[in-house]
Design a protein around this ligand. Structure first.
Ligand code: NAG
Ligand code: NAG
Ligand code: NAG
Length: 388
């Protein structure tokens, strides 16, 4: 009478089990109980095969990236630490004194400064950047492509809005480059191609030996006093990274103080190449702001999510939903639902969950505070974005 696979007999076993397991009659113990245990096992095996395993696979599909990010400390060791150069600044301290505090001498006249960026569509942040740096810049060099790094066609946004930047026109070298539109290529290849073109544009702008060159993304903004210091002081390192405060969505959400990709170079003809990776160990502390995804319109967030070199992070199309994006911005959560990219469990756990709101708008680019009505969306307490 043991279950022999047929539908009828297993049905029968079910009935017996219900009877026996339900009432705890002593007489029914022995054989019947064994059957119940066996049936229980069958049921467990069934659960394992058809419920638990698929659920696990689905969970890994949904959260695999999180699991691997969480385990990062096991599979990746942290990059070599930077050599942090302390940064001294107060508006009432003379330049001579500031240079001396850094162990540098002062020059008789300042170096020329070139600020070179690859532009995508970030008009607001470019306006803030150029106003912040304007007093100390010899030439703003801006290159724009009609392709995103991920090979999507894009309009020449700067060209279409050039009249908003009249103040910078006398110091502007603007160039465009046609995208290559290779399907399925790694976005970093298109990015590298555009950076080579930027080297040529810098030559056209008239850069020469020992001029200062700022290499950074548009949203990595050195503070103007930092650039003023570096153009006046002698003996600064030939290549110096800038440590910037990392903000997300606006100056309400301070993620950490660890942005390092921006760098300043004493230009050497034939040697200096425009790059956005680590180039040296020296980094100057507290040198400005990196405001990622600091956009006015929801559509700009969605464009950036698709145009970005890490487009693989958009794993589900609902990530691009307007309401979801707005919610994520107001919470200070992650647009790609990812875990922090850190190298120790302590740091990962410390950064889990949304970024706490800050109420400080002290030491931000002056242009934002002088035009606060227009740039409210970047200030604390204004997370609601314009749609469209
Ligand atoms: C800075 O210097 C000016 C004049 O030299 C003085 O009036 C002012 O109080 C100083 N500010 C601070 C914060 O020390
Ligand atoms: C991009 O620009 C290049 C060069 O200006 C042009 O030949 C090409 O047709 C443009 N492509 C698109 C999709 O706009
Ligand atoms: C970043 O540095 C500032 C001081 O410049 C400090 O007040 C703040 O707590 C730091 N924030 C984080 C997240 O480390």
């Amino acid at each position: 009478m043991m279950a022999d696979g047929g539908y009828y007999s297993s049905k029968k076993t079910d009935d017996i089990c219900e009877d026996v397991c339900g009432k705890e009659t002593r007489a029914a113990l022995s054989m019947s109980r064994l059957r119940c245990i066996l049936r229980g096992l069958d049921f467990k095996t069934f659960m394992l095969l058809f419920v638990l395993i698929p659920t696990c696979i689905f969970a890994i599909y949904l959260h695999g990236q999180k699991i691997s990010y969480f385990l990062r400390p096991l599979w990746e060791s942290p990059p070599k630490p930077f050599h942090d150069i302390p940064h001294y600044y107060h508006e009432n301290v003379s330049m001579e004194n500031l240079c001396k505090l850094h162990g540098w001498g002062i020059r008789e006249f300042p170096r020329r400064v070139f600020d070179a960026v690859l532009f995508s569509n970030e008009l607001d942040i470019l306006t803030i950047r150029w106003n912040e740096l304007y007093p100390y810049i010899t030439q703003f060099v801006l290159l724009e492509s009609n392709s995103t790094f991920t090979g999507l066609p894009k309009p020449l946004v700067f060209a279409g809005n050039r009249d908003q930047f009249k103040f910078a026109e006398p110091r502007l070298t603007y160039g465009t480059i046609g995208g290559r539109f290779r399907k399925g290529e790694n976005p970093f290849v298109e990015e590298a191609y555009q950076r080579v073109a930027l080297d040529q544009l810098l030559r056209i702008a008239g850069i020469s030996d020992d001029d200062l060159l700022i290499m950074s993304d548009v949203d990595e903004i050195p503070s103007s006093h930092t650039i003023n210091l570096l153009r006046w002081c002698d003996d600064i390192p030939p290549v110096l990274h800038l440590r910037l405060k990392n903000y997300l969505y606006s100056f309400e959400f301070l993620m950490d103080n660890k942005s390092w990709r921006a760098s300043v170079h004493r230009y050497q003809l034939g040697k200096t190449r425009y790059a956005h990776y680590r180039q040296t160990d020296d980094i100057l502390a507290d040198a400005g702001w990196h405001c990622s995804f600091c956009f006015r319109h929801i559509n700009e967030f969605i464009f950036k999510m698709k145009a970005y070199s890490h487009v693989d992070r958009v794993r589900f199309s609902h990530y691009l939903n307007q309401n979801r994006v707005q919610d994520v911005i107001c919470k200070g959560a992650d647009l790609f639902d990812m875990l922090p990219e850190e190298y120790t469990f302590k740091e990962i756990i410390g950064k889990l969950g949304p970024i706490p709101s800050s109420h400080s708008a002290v030491h931000l680019p002056a242009f934002i505070l002088n035009n606060a009505d227009d740039y409210k969306f970047l200030l604390p307490g204004n997370c609601k974005r314009e749609s469209g």
